[in-house]
Design a protein around this ligand. Structure first.
Ligand code: WT7
Length: 574
């Protein structure tokens, strides 16, 4: 340790007290994070209390909590506002008999009401399930069905994607922005909230009680409901200090949508546990608007993703003309490999190094990171946080020496580790086959200074623009199309998006390959599942490579695509 890497950026050391990893350990400990919470005194917690009410109680009620803007709206809310709005919605939920342990889902674009409602759900001890607004019918139905959600908050625009008649558990729908019809179980968020009391005693919970669910994809089966409990707040608070480097006066912007775990762990929990002002931008990505968002709000800490940085990079210097980004003190990235060239570009454009962080939906919070003051090696995800042990293991659980590629594994437990996969204990167990370790599904190696370097996924999971796509979910949708006999889906390398979805398809009798048919099949997935899961490329094949048991061999498809040797074909059908 301490060996100086020759690409360290001089100047703008954000936090002079954190010159080194060891000092980070000394600076802030897990125990400090534990002691911070009411749990330490009363044995009880509630995430919504800790993120909102405590700031009001401790005299920060008039501080700005949320700075929201989109092309139409421009609004700001204090912690006292958040308390009132979440209390009102909490009371609405209680009125309809919704409380501790119930799953309440949210399916709506980023807008202030999403945040009020999510906090209201947590206030009454229910488990929040935010869904990305781009999900289509099948994706929404699968998630609501599996979770047994009893209520949903959505908007009139998205309502038609919710197949209510097929969802037996779904009792109430709250509509944000009009078109309610109580006769049909469609309740009006605004009027219900307006007539509810602004006072509410939160449901006091234990650290093991439910918090939030995020569905994520593996290589087989439907998406898995990754279930997190209140205990995760210890990690969110700790990493907010040690990794995000949040201080009282920071203006923080995490660009992720709450439909993904980054948008809740680091778009809601970490910043508000620390009581900092949180910027949320609605609407679509636009380089100019993004930079304007930083300039206008004087954002100091910015957490985004490699795809966004690559798009900003390709937008060129024109997008930077006349914008002042000098407020930025700390820039971070997550979700996919952060290319060294992007890091070096960031050195110039943001006058500082982009800090890569590694974690997953299942881990609930950051685990391997570049944190302030640490020597950053472009291309490395960084080092395990103080208090986290990571290792590279072979398939039998033996530790591999530096510079050897293997399974990236984390010693169990840590506070924000998932508590279960909803309804699927067997899937949960798959992560913990090696006693004492969580196996991430990523392959990586460690160098001789303890830095970790990402190599790829071990399974067939596709990462397109930081969004995790399960090939099985796409294949299942594809074969619902009348022309499709069989389908195999892989990730194809792409300079902008990391990977894009490519589908190999064999057609049913009577269908003739054509560009029109390709477009139609892609549109079918886009409208049934979601735009990001729709194949960007389709290739028709007479026959797909299969094992003797009939499983399509994605590995062989990938080798075809990359013009590589297909490897061991001993299990292939013929
Ligand atoms: C997968 C997890 C929780 C963050 C958002 C993604 C990939 C994540 C990095 C990184 C290379 C990364 C891994 C991981 N990934 N961060 N810094 N460098 N790859 O969460 O959707 O659960 O995906 O994203 O493959 O397993 P997710």
């Amino acid at each position: 340790m301490g060996r100086v890497h020759n690409e360290i950026l001089p100047g703008r050391a954000h936090n002079p007290n954190l010159a080194d990893y060891d000092q980070a350990v000394a600076h802030f400990k897990w125990e400090d994070a534990e002691r911070y919470f009411t749990w330490y005194e009363t044995g009880k917690v509630n995430m919504a209390y800790e993120t909102v009410d405590r700031h009001v109680r401790e005299g920060r009620g008039e501080k700005t909590a949320l700075l929201y803007s989109d092309p139409v709206r421009d609004e700001s809310y204090t912690f006292a506002d958040l308390q009132e709005k979440s209390n009102r919605f909490g009371n609405v939920l209680r009125k309809y008999g919704i409380g501790k342990g119930d799953r309440v889902f949210l399916f709506m674009p980023r807008q202030p009401e999403l945040y009020f409602c999510l906090l209201g759900i947590l206030k009454v001890g229910a488990v929040a399930g935010p869904l990305f607004e781009a999900f289509m019918e099948t994706a929404v139905k699968d998630r609501l069905e599996d979770s047994g959600a009893v209520a949903l908050v959505t908007t009139p625009d998205l309502l038609h994607r919710v197949k209510r008649e097929e969802l037996a558990d779904l009792r109430h729908i709250f509509l944000v922005g009009g078109d309610s019809d109580p006769q049909k179980g469609l309740l009006d968020y605004e009027s219900e909230s307006a007539s509810a009391s602004p006072e509410l005693e939160p449901e006091w919970l234990g650290l093991e009680d439910g918090l939030i669910m995020h569905y994520t994809s593996g290589s087989t089966g439907k998406p898995k409901g990754v279930y997190h409990v209140q205990r995760a707040m210890i990690q969110h608070y700790y990493t907010g200090k040690v990794v995000l480097d949040l201080h009282e006066d920071d203006i923080y912007w995490c660009t992720a949508d709450p439909g993904w775990v980054t948008g809740t762990s680091y778009g809601i929990f970490a910043p508000w546990l620390s009581g900092v002002t949180n910027v949320v931008r609605g609407g679509r990505f636009s380089p100019r608007d993004w930079y304007k968002t930083i300039e206008r709000n004087k954002v100091t800490v910015w957490y985004s993703a490699p795809t966004a940085f690559r798009m900003l990079m390709s937008a060129g210097s024109k997008s930077l003309e006349g914008v002042n980004l000098s407020s930025l003190r700390h820039v971070l990235s997550v979700g996919e490999p952060l290319n060294p060239e992007v890091v070096r570009w960031g050195d110039k454009v943001y006058s500082q190094r982009i800090h890569d962080t590694w974690w997953m939906t299942e881990t609930g919070g950051q685990l391997i990171c570049n944190y302030p003051g640490m020597d950053i090696k472009p291309g490395s995800m960084g080092r395990p946080l103080p208090g986290i042990t990571a290792a590279i293991l072979d398939d039998s659980g033996n530790k591999l020496p530096p510079y050897t590629m293997g399974n990236l594994a984390i010693k169990t437990p840590w506070p924000s580790m998932m508590d279960r996969i909803w309804n699927n204990p067997a899937k949960y167990e798959e992560y913990f086959q090696i006693p004492g370790w969580y196996i991430s599904g990523d392959s990586a190696y460690m160098d001789d200074e303890g830095y970790f370097w990402f190599q790829g996924r071990i399974d067939d999971v596709i990462n397109s623009s930081g969004e995790r796509i399960g090939p099985f979910e796409v294949e299942s949708k594809l074969i619902e199309h009348p022309a499709v006999a069989e389908a195999g889906v892989i990730g194809k390398p792409d300079t902008l998006r990391g990977e894009v979805v490519k589908a190999f398809i064999s057609l049913r009798e009577g269908y003739i390959p054509s560009p029109e048919l390709k477009a139609e099949i892609a549109a079918f997935v886009r409208s049934g599942l979601s735009a990001h899961a729709a194949p960007k490329e389709i290739e028709f094949k007479m026959k797909l490579p299969k094992t003797r048991s009939g499983k399509i061999m994605r590995r062989v498809l990938k080798a075809w695509e990359l013009h590589l040797p297909a490897g061991d074909l001993s299990t292939i059908e013929d």
